[in-house]
Design a protein around this ligand. Structure first.
Ligand SMILES: [Zn+2]
Length: 361
């Protein structure tokens, strides 16, 4: 599968706009001067730290993107990339006949005869990565296991110890990929290694979108509501709330309380008179500095603080927790971090400047 097909696949399957970034290839020896998306889809050089073909970088991006979208922690993404480095050199290997190990196919050399999927499915990198994560998340205590053991329990490889040697390179590559996709460093990642492998030709998810479908029912600091630091978007209870753009979750918690300061649950509807606070809410910090806030969610958000998210990723459901009179999304936009009343701006103008119309139905 060519890189161009992969790019289209990512855009279609994950629903993101893809922006091709070039110009950094000169900083790294492993990229063969390809500009934009695509370039040399042939067999790249062997995987070594800092030396990746554009095809290998694309496959790492697919694996990390699927992991982020499914909420798989950083270490799980490292295990997946290290496994693909060992199994295929991050190449989407077709049936090599007698040179292949059994009927193994694709990035992870999964076998149709072992129930991993049809040959066509296993040659779809998104499918292959999804199946790898399915199996990894079923391994009890996988986060505490050495990489070799976790990968072996998924792959049942004849050469289990071979995975370990890829761990440092995989960790650096995942950190660099996360940084590129979200514009943020992963906590604890090695920035120096990241800088080395981040220098390639990439296709990154970009763009902004509406968090929910619905019209504005109450405006920013509208007449009679001078402290209303966001807009209210009417949407049915349980409607999915999407991240407006890629970034990192900085807050995901409940802050409902009674007007007298007493505790109040976010798992039940709040009240516009007797309850204060955002209820269940999420703050996302975006690469260029701003923060978006999503309030009154129905239940605990599906994301956690510190987790990278992509544009359009579901972060929770519309509800009425906290200071709220009925199901809706209270959406705020802030020009800096942390989000305060002082740096809150009208989301209508904020989103318009990013090409998104919040007003039209
Ligand atoms: Zn509101």
């Amino acid at each position: 599968m060519t890189n161009r097909v992969l790019s289209v696949l990512l855009a279609v399957v994950l629903g993101f706009a893809l922006l091709c970034l070039g110009g950094l290839a000169a900083l790294v020896g492993g990229v063969s001067g390809a500009a934009g998306c695509g370039g040399d889809p042939g067999a790249g050089p062997p995987v070594a730290p800092g030396r990746y073909s554009s095809e290998q970088l694309h496959h790492a991006t697919v694996i990390v993107t699927v992991g982020i979208q499914r909420g798989v922690p950083f270490r799980g993404q490292v295990i997946a990339v290290a496994t693909a480095m060992q199994e295929s050199g991050l190449r989407n290997l077709v049936d090599l006949g007698a040179n292949n190990d059994h009927d193994s196919l694709g990035l992870f050399q999964q076998r149709p005869s072992q129930g991993w999927g049809s040959p066509a499915q296993l040659l779809d990198p998104v499918w292959a990565a999804s199946r790898f994560y399915d199996a990894l998340l079923r391994v009890t205590g996988w986060q505490q296991l050495p990489l070799t053991v976790a990968a072996q329990r998924v792959q049942r490889s004849a050469y289990p110890d071979a995975y370990a040697k890829w761990e440092p390179a995989a960790a650096a590559l995942v950190a660099a990929t996360v940084q590129t996709l979200t514009g943020q460093h992963q906590p604890g990642s090695d920035n120096q290694s990241s800088a080395t492998v981040a220098s390639g030709t990439w296709c990154v998810a970009t763009g902004w979108q509406r968090p929910v479908t619905g019209g504005i029912v109450s405006g920013f600091r509208a007449a009679g509501r001078p402290t209303h630091d966001g807009v209210d978007i009417g949407a049915g209870r349980g409607s999915p709330v999407h991240a407006a753009a890629a970034g990192v979750v900085v807050t995901a918690r409940c802050n409902a309380h009674r007007v007298d300061g007493g505790p109040y649950s976010c798992d039940i509807d709040g009240d516009p008179v007797t309850v204060r606070g955002c209820g269940w809410y999420v703050d996302i910090a975006h690469p260029d500095g701003p923060v978006t806030r999503y309030c009154h969610l129905l239940q605990r958000p599906t994301v956690e603080a510190g987790q990278p998210v992509l544009a359009g990723q579901v972060i929770g459901l519309v509800g009425s927790s906290g200071h709220s009179s009925g199901p809706h999304l209270h959406l705020e936009a802030h020009t800096g971090q942390p989000a305060t009343s002082g740096n809150a701006v009208d989301p209508v103008g904020f989103f318009t400047a990013r090409g998104v119309d919040l007003v039209s139905r």
